[in-house]
Design a protein around this ligand. Structure first.
Ligand SMILES: N[C@@H](CCC(=O)N[C@@H](CS)C(=O)NCC(=O)O)C(=O)O
Length: 220
């Protein structure tokens, strides 16, 4: 029986990008369904993620999996064992999960605050975002990927935020190339992978989206 794999998504979402990258890394064919998240969530989304009502949701043969890191782990456990995303060694695996959690707790909120706010709040958010990225740059060290020689779980977790760099730089007035050149080098390396290049939207399109949708927050 053919497998049915559906991904409920919203194109600028870094969380949705994680799921798309992982599916493409594993060569899984999937039906990508774009949600009208801001105005009209679909009955399927509400049915499949009744708790959070958020994308991404992976629906595999009718069964939902929610929360992007859980989705990426599910994909890793379900398909392509010959190209794992999570390391097999338990401590390395714990480390990858720790830093992926750091991305959600530190990078995402600081980045969002940076493009949604103005004035002092924006300055503080920008500082926090850059600090967080520098911390991750230290973790990367001199290896090509966070997974060492291999592209892995933490790379999948963080790389979607690269599509937001231009928006954050333009709206806050900073340069990530100057602040964390090694991390930008890593991002460019990741962009050479087909899975990543196909899953990240154009940075200018993200900037337009952030300007339009951030306006209502910046007015407050
Ligand atoms: N922790 C979740 C976050 C997902 C999330 O925040 N999704 C946003 C889009 S970026 C969403 O669906 N928002 C709809 C809403 O808040 O109603 C994950 O990792 O999947």
């Amino acid at each position: 029986m053919a497998e049915e794999v559906i991904l409920l998504d919203f194109w600028p979402s870094p969380f949705g990008m994680r799921a798309k990258i992982a599916l493409r890394e594993k060569g899984v064919h999937f039906d990508l369904r774009e949600e009208e998240l801001l105005s009209n969530k679909s009955p399927l989304l509400l049915q499949m993620n009744p708790v959070h009502k958020k994308i991404p949701v992976l629906i595999h043969n009718g069964k939902p999996v929610c929360e992007s890191h859980i989705i990426v782990q599910y994909i890793d456990e379900t398909w392509g064992p010959e190209s794992p995303l999570l390391p097999s060694e338990p401590h390395e695996r714990a480390r990858a999960r720790f830093w992926a959690d750091y991305v959600d707790k530190k990078i995402f909120p600081a980045g969002r605050a940076a493009w949604r706010s103005t004035g002092e709040a924006q300055e503080a958010a920008k500082k926090e975002y850059i600090e967080g990225l520098k911390m991750l740059e230290g973790e990367l060290g001199d290896t090509p990927y966070f997974g060492g020689e291999r592209f892995g779980f933490l790379d999948v977790s963080l790389i979607p935020f690269y599509s937001w760099f231009y928006a954050v730089e333009t709206l806050t007035g900073c340069s990530f190339e100057e602040e964390c050149p090694k991390l930008v080098g890593w991002a460019k390396r990741c962009m050479q992978r087909e899975s990543v290049a196909r899953s990240l939207p154009d940075q200018h399109k993200v900037y337009d989206f952030s300007r339009r949708s951030g306006r209502r927050f910046r007015r407050k």
